[in-house]
Design a protein around this ligand. Sequence first.
Ligand SMILES: [Zn+2]
Length: 315
Amino acid sequence: MHIHKIEIPTPYAVGDVNAFVVKGDALTIFDVGPKTAEAYEALQQGVKAAGFAMTDIEQVVLTHHHPDHAGWVEAFPNATILGHLYNDKWLRHDEEFLRYHEAFYRERLFEHGVPQEYIAPSVHVRRELELVGKRPLTHILADGDEVPGHPGLKAFETLGHAQSHLIFWDEASHRVIGGDLLLDKITPNPLIEPPLDRTVGRTKSLLQYNESLEILRQLPVTTMYTGHGADLTDIPVLIETRLARQYEQSMKVYELFGDDALTVVQMTKRVYPAIFQRQLGLTMSKTLGHLDYLEANGLITSFQTAEGIYLFKRK
Ligand SMILES: [Zn+2]
């Protein structure tokens, strides 16, 4: 299995995103950058540098649905499109699913203490969709599935950063195409996203993310090809370091409680006083992640008020 890396510019703070052209029995590209003119240019150059034309690509495989990864699905006219079922909902720009999304965020923002007047302007799912492609999946990949045309290359469902996240592990070479599960210089955010299963309420993204790290830790890996930044080796050491830092950060959040019972918004203000207003969704996601972690470890407890707002306090 030959892997060729393409670095693609994005308009996001994260910087470039990586795509990988993989030659097996089939010719496959993993992730396709955001749907911008600059990204298309970089994709075309990269595919050419790998020795192919855009029309040669037979499969597009997506690690997750975020716009920096799932934009240019339409750039490969002869390719089938593969990814997680959740990804398909995004690529269809399905109106009913978008309404579910928006209702989900409105409910979460309300129950976590965002004042009513800030809720409507904070929910902008459609803006995120602008750089996502509009071609539905032709093939759904589930946990344990082999990527067609790549014998021994297996998908592992690894949710947390995204509710559609998959990594692909090659059992012969022990290399893995890892999306945003573990990155060189960045800690992937445990974003609050509406789950596919609408009966479960919200998912606890940080706890889910930690379970996904555990899946990765169990796999023998020589090289991990990541969604942003450098390739990784020494995965268990890196996971250990990240989990230790996460524990420290959660304990800092714990210290900030004092004797108070707080909403997520109130705690977010304490944790991120300088940026919480500008980056409400992101800072709330991170804070809620720490609160879920502290609660799962028996350090804090939560309860819902008569109005339906969640309060967290030390045990
Ligand atoms: Zn990404």
